[in-house]
Ligand binder design. Structure first.
Ligand code: NAD
Length: 298
């Protein structure tokens, strides 16, 4: 296939995703703010560009995988941004997790330049990025989705066109609400049960057999039990995502009271220097409040 793909943002997620596209036979033009990961990928056959405009000038499709809305805005609309260099009818796919409102603004700016845009945030973490097993939730037109589908099939396993522009980011915000609130609920349950004298291993086992069963207990259970908070998914990033959800709630007129509380809890953990820990470290806030570490007798 002769599609040249531009890839901007080569971090924990972007670098392995770009690598998978190269392995699938695509030509890649790459750019990242710091040069380290660019050098790694050029050694494997990618072409390096010196800014996002240069990436766009050489590509039919440009993928962005950046931290947050301000970085995507800068990369898209800056002086040396993607839109300054994009070919007519190019397709931009933003796979970062950002505000759906910003996504819609960017899609309009792209359209004014004759450029098409999809929002395609992912879940599945660094392991999903490496193994090409991400879940990808895509917003935008059906035609653009169909064009991008072969690329998504290299990067992920569950690929769903969820609606028009911004819908991918809306679904990702919904996902992040459920994950954060579930971590919080499991943390409260474990601290209560453990301080009342029940083994937390037993609590997780029994809860996993009934209506309370969930993927957070399945995947993060060992993190809670062993107090192992190596990320995974960082508290700072999850706080960013709940900020996106709360802003969307304001924009669309939906109160999100419990999301707001968990957002504040994540902020408190960040202020305690735990922003780089896994989001399952939310447990430690409840433990501090309860003056009880799960698994200890008192
Ligand atoms: P990261 O911080 O590891 O990577 C971001 C990369 O973007 C870095 O390499 C950085 O140098 C680069 N960058 C930042 N600003 C730039 C700019 N202006 N121009 C060019 N490059 C720039 O973050 P990540 O974990 O790869 O996450 C990327 C996105 O994916 C985030 O929106 C995150 O919320 C989302 N996400 C992450 C995970 C995960 O488990 N890590 C899972 C799902 C979704």
């Amino acid at each position: 296939m002769s599609t040249t793909i531009g890839f901007i943002g080569l971090g924990i997620m972007g670098k392995p995703m770009a690598r998978n596209l190269m392995k699938a036979g695509y030509q890649l033009v790459v750019y990242n703010r710091s040069p380290g990961p660019m050098n790694e990928l050029t050694a494997e056959g990618a072409t390096a560009a010196s800014n996002p405009r240069e990436v766009a000038e050489q590509s039919n499709v440009v993928i962005t995988m950046l931290p947050d809305s301000p970085q995507v805005q800068e990369v898209m609309t800056g002086e040396n941004g993607v839109l300054a260099g994009a070919k007519a009818n190019a397709l931009v796919i933003d796979m970062s997790t950002i505000s759906p409102v910003v996504t819609q603004q960017l899609a309009r700016a792209a359209q004014a330049r004759g450029v098409r845009m999809l929002d395609a945030p992912v879940s599945g973490g660094d392991v999903g990025a490496q193994q090409g097993t991400l879940s990808i939730m895509v917003g935008g037109s059906t035609e653009d989705f169909e064009q991008a589908k072969p690329l998504f099939e290299v990067l992920g396993k569950t690929i769903v066109h969820v609606g028009g522009t911004g819908a991918g980011q809306v679904v990702k915000a919904c996902n992040q609400i459920v994950v954060a609130l579930t971590i919080e609920a499991v943390s409260e349950a474990l601290v209560l049960g453990s301080k009342a004298g029940v083994d937390p291993v037993v609590i997780l086992r029994v809860l996993s057999g009934g209506l309370a069963a969930n993927r957070v207990m399945e995947v993060r259970g060992p993190n809670f039990l062993q107090h192992n908070f190596q990320p995974g998914f960082k508290i700072a990033l999850h706080e960013k995502d709940l900020g996106i959800a709360l802003a969307a709630g304001r924009e669309y007129g939906v109160p999100l009271p419990v999301t707001a509380i968990v957002d504040q809890m994540l902020q408190a953990l960040k202020l305690r220097g735990k922003g780089e820990q896994d989001h399952s470290a939310l447990l430690t806030l409840i433990e501090d409040w309860a003056q009880h570490r799960i698994g200890e007798s008192k």
